[in-house]
Ligand binder design. Structure first.
Ligand code: MN3
Length: 206
């Protein structure tokens, strides 16, 4: 067994004009593909790990053999975060959260616009490459935070619901240095039905 690059759940041009076709092609076919290949390569010598879920591996990096731990942290994170990235986005997505997630956002952040502002600020404040996250704690409360590189919320005991990829590969072709324009555009393609699903599902590992 090995980890498999998922197909994009829509066409490469489906998120235009917010995410351009060429970026989508390179981001999925090159970057996500490379994380997947490199994760599998790292685990070749330790095939037991190929039987585990990626959530379980990232939640317990301390049991990954030291010689491959950094490779698994980087490429396992890249593999998992991009699986989330493609599904958390959707063409013609509705503009605001729904259901129980909407209630939780109101409770934990005071409302949708305050939440949006805080997550955007986390994306803008991440120096260099990384992600800004809305994650769920084990007690089901929400937290906004960010991680460098491909470090995963899972490795901090948090379950990521929605991430903003602020690696330059996610936006540079269309937005160049204008990260803020990319973050603003991001909100137009968030698949809130999917985030609600992640919010209500049991956390796969603690
Ligand atoms: Mn990326």
């Amino acid at each position: 067994m090995s980890f498999i690059l998922p197909e994009l759940p829509y066409a490469y041009d489906a998120l235009e004009p917010y995410m351009d076709t060429q970026t989508m092609e390179i981001h999925h076919d090159k970057h996500h593909a490379a994380y997947t290949t490199n994760l599998n390569t790292a685990l070749e010598k330790y095939p037991d790990f190929l039987e585990k879920s990626i959530e379980e591996i990232l939640s317990n990096l301390n049991v990954v053999p030291e010689e491959i731990r950094t490779a698994v942290r980087n490429n396992g994170g890249g593999f998992y975060h991009h699986n989330l990235w493609w599904t958390e986005l959707a063409p013609r997505a509705s503009g605001e959260p729904v259901g129980t997630l909407a209630d939780a956002i109101k409770k934990d952040f005071g409302g949708f616009s305050a939440f949006k502002e805080q997550l955007s600020a986390a994306a803008m404040g991440r120096f260099g490459s990384g992600w800004a996250w809305l994650s769920k704690r084990s007690d089901k409360t929400l937290i906004i935070h960010s991680t460098p590189n491909q470090d995963s919320p899972l490795s901090q005991g948090l379950f990521p619901l929605l991430g903003i990829d602020v690696w330059e590969h996610a936006y540079y072709l269309k937005y160049q240095n204008r990260r803020k324009d990319f973050v603003d555009a991001f909100w137009n393609v968030v698949n809130w039905d999917e985030i609600e699903k992640r919010f209500t599902q049991e956390i796969p590992v603690q």
